[in-house]
Design a protein around this ligand. Structure first.
Ligand code: PEP
Ligand code: MG
Length: 753
């Protein structure tokens, strides 16, 4: 037969399989017909299907050519025989002389003895081997590439059909390991606090909603080619910075995308699969499944990383083919599982259905993390290999308190977890009861508890938590979440909404803090070797004052004559503060000239985020109306440890005596100068750290909204003086952190941390 005829013959096989699967009758009957059709079409004496059992052994489910009495009797232990070899490698095995292969094992009940030529392919779904499809010939035979290809196509279609739950009865399904079934517990990092139980929803896993077998392969090839051209174009556009919304792939990942999108091998595999009778979507899925299975077994983390790139690329391609829905509709109690997600993507999801997020990546200081906290969405990140272990619909317990995720928990574990969820709810109700209570220590020190914000979704929290104001409004979030530079009118509207929501409560707007990790996707920027030490925040704003000027105008206008509290980020020298303040005054004068209302009262503050400004504080306080310690950055620069780098970000404890001495110095100098000082870094919202800050003399904290309740509860039990005395002692003898001493003290003194 000519090559072209062979191709047509194999396409007919897919058509025949479609007929068989669409026919009525039991699953067994249809699978028997299927193996028979394959054997006839591929001119093999034997065709057998093995499916994986829950205990990981492989069971013979259907055969044409072996003894039918062996069906459901012959099982191969994990890794046993040639079938085991295919499961292990997740690759086809094509042998001229099967019995001479070292892994060959003989099962007399099958009557296998006389067969020599052997070809087996894995039945893959989501990178897992569900089964093995084998053809055999009595004579030694080298199966051609076209046969391998045809058998892989059948295996792909079979995988979809078997896992669609339409084929096998409930009873039969119990004996097939379609998906991982073991309970597993995986550790990651705490990104956003909270507990949730829900069902896994895989973000962009390629939900196939189309026919697998094509009517006209030429049409499918053409569709695939068009989609690939569009894919290349969109990847190029992303690479050139167009339309790369925040949270989109990094440049390194885009480079990998580009490489794969132009990789001839990948494209050839796709076209071959489409040309052989699969629909374009099924072809993408098949090639993806093969890569996935191969790379999953790779030990090399680089290779596994590339797997993710390929997965993403395949998803993009499916999107161009119109085969993936974009999670517009989430099921109830959804736990979204993704490699990573951008803040904009997160905001688009239906919050009433979304219960939690599990990420393979993600960092606690990322913008998505901040948005998740604003939405009070529990998030666990850095859960390596999670996507490989979870199946859509699995029950997932997300423990954002400890950074742990459980999949498919047993009844007891789920029950226990639900008890914790209920206890947490009670605790939150108790915090809500503290809403209107002043945070005052047992020895009578009033602490001002404000909240950090940056999004409109944060605003209702002012009321709900009883925060005394917004101590830090991160204005750059509006810029980061937008796909264009927000117009002055858009900025004004946001600031006005914030002031309206706050009413009498004070709001401190921090001017845009861009650069470093906060890069605007729509503004060209130069890559820097050390972005945290680079052109960011005040440095950028003063070098290119246009952006800051527009923002200042928007802020002045939004006040509509009300009070304006404004502060500048990452001030390193007094002169920077003065230059920024001059810009503000210049804009106020300009507004006056235009006869527009200006704020009644303007208070101008500075963030204390660099050790440099700590040692110029006396001078700064002569000029600034107030200061706020941005402990996230201050500690990053103090310990020379990048806050975005998980290897070092938590290496040094802020409860280190050196750091505490510096913070104590800030509190004392501000007190002596009679200037208000607050702490607004994330640590202020953690009870242990907050206790230490109060003991050092800070009386104003601005914290994430969810921290108001727990921190207030702690303050109400705290003896500020007593802890201050102990703190001074611990600092003298400490070798790295006073945390242990403080925790022991809290235990002994009933301080709830
Ligand atoms: C800080 O650095 O502590 C801070 C509050 O600012 P950001 O986290 O936005 O850099
Ligand atoms: Mg900062």
């Amino acid at each position: 037969m000519s090559a072209a005829n062979l191709h047509i013959g194999h396409r007919q096989l897919l058509g025949r399989i479609r007929e068989i699967m669409a026919a009525s009758g039991s699953a067994q009957r249809r699978l028997d017909d299927l193996v028979e059709a394959i054997a006839l079409n591929l001119q093999a004496h034997v065709c057998s299907l093995y499916l994986r059992r829950p205990d990981t052994s492989m069971e013979l489910w259907a055969t044409h050519g072996l003894a039918t009495s062996a069906v459901h009797v012959t099982t191969l232990g994990a890794g046993e025989g040639l079938v085991g070899e295919i499961v292990r490698t997740a690759r086809p095995l094509n042998l001229v002389e099967a019995p001479s292969h070292p892994a060959f094992s003989f099962h007399p009940e099958t009557g296998e003895d006389p067969f020599h030529g052997f070809l087996g392919v894995p039945v893959l779904r989501g990178g897992r081997v569900l089964g093995v499809l084998v053809v055999q010939n009595s004579a030694a035979r080298q199966y051609g590439d076209d046969v391998v290809e045809a058998l892989q196509n059948v295996a792909m279609v079979l995988a979809e059909i078997v896992s669609s739950n339409d084929l096998l009865s409930k009873h039969e399904l119990e004996n097939v390991a379609l998906r991982p079934s073991r309970a597993e517990m995986l550790s990651g990092r705490r990104i956003s606090d909270g507990l949730a139980v829900g069902q896994a929803v895989l973000f962009a896993p390629g939900r196939m909603m189309v026919a697998l077998i094509a009517d006209d392969p030429e049409v499918e090839e053409q569709r695939l080619q068009t989609a690939i051209t569009e894919l290349r174009r969109s990847v190029d556009a992303l690479y050139q910075g167009k339309g790369n919304r925040l949270g989109g792939p990094s440049r390194e990942v885009l480079e990998a995308y580009r490489m794969f999108a132009n990789d001839q091998g990948w494209l050839d595999r796709l076209c071959e699969a489409a040309g052989s009778g699969l629909s374009a979507e099924a072809a993408v899925e098949r090639v993806r499944g093969e890569h996935r299975a191969r790379l999953l077994s790779a030990k090399d983390p680089y290779l596994r990383e590339r797997l993710h790139d390929l997965e993403d690329l395949a998803n993009r391609l499916l999107r161009h083919l119109g085969a993936i829905d974009d999670l517009a509709e989430l099921p109830e109690n959804a736990v979204l599982v993704a490699r990573d997600i951008g803040p904009a993507g997160l905001l688009e999801l239906d919050r009433s259905r979304l219960k939690a997020l599990v990420l393979e990546e993600g960092s606690p200081t990322s913008h998505a993390a901040i948005v998740a906290r604003a939405l009070r969405l529990p998030v666990v990140g850095h859960v390596t290999g999670f996507l490989d272990r979870v199946s859509a619909g699995d029950t997932v317990l997300v423990d954002g308190e400890n950074g742990v995720v459980s999949i498919r928990p047993d009844e007891n574990a789920e029950e226990e977890f639900r008890t914790r969820v209920a206890e947490r709810r009670q605790r939150r109700a108790a915090y809500a009861r503290l809403r209107n209570k002043q945070a005052k220590t047992r020895d009578g020190v009033n602490i001002t508890l404000s909240m950090n914000a940056g999004l409109r979704v944060d605003l209702p929290q002012l009321e709900e938590t009883g925060a005394q104001g917004i101590g830090l409004f991160r204005t750059e979030f509006q810029f980061l979440l937008s796909d264009h530079l927000p117009r002055q009118s858009e900025q004004t509207q946001l600031y006005r909404d914030v002031l309206d929501a706050a009413g009498d409560k004070p709001v401190v707007f921090r001017t845009i803090d861009l650069g470093g990790d906060k890069v605007l996707p729509y503004v060209a920027h130069e890559r820097e070797a050390n972005p945290a030490l680079g052109w960011r925040a005040m440095r950028m704003a003063l070098d290119r004052p246009g952006l800051l000027r527009f923002q200042l105008r928007a802020l002045i206008e939004a006040t509509g004559g009300r009070e304006l509290n404004i502060m500048f980020p990452l001030v390193t020298t007094l002169s920077e503060f003065l230059a920024a303040r001059d810009l503000l005054h210049g804009e106020i004068e300009r507004m006056k000239r235009f006869g527009k209302p200006v704020p009644q009262n303007v208070r101008v503050g500075s963030m204390v985020e660099t050790p440099a400004i700590v040692w110029q504080l006396e001078g700064l306080l002569k000029e600034a109306d107030f200061v706020s310690v941005g402990a996230n950055d201050l500690m990053q620069y103090f310990f020379a440890a990048d806050r975005e780098n998980p290897r070092v970000a938590e290496r040094y404890d802020i409860l280190n005596p050196g750091a505490l001495r510096m913070l104590g110095h800030v509190a004392n100098v501000c007190k002596a100068a009679g200037r208000p000082v607050s702490v607004c870094g994330e640590v202020a919202g953690q009870c242990v750290e907050a206790a230490a800050l109060i003991a050092l003399g800070f009386t104003e904290l601005s914290v994430p909204p969810a921290s108001i309740g727990p921190v207030k509860r702690m303050i109400l039990s705290l003896d500020h003086n007593d802890l201050g005395t102990h703190l001074a002692e611990w600092m003298v003898k400490s070798q790295g952190s006073i945390r242990g001493d403080l925790l022991a003290y809290a235990k002994g003194n009933g301080l709830p941390l």
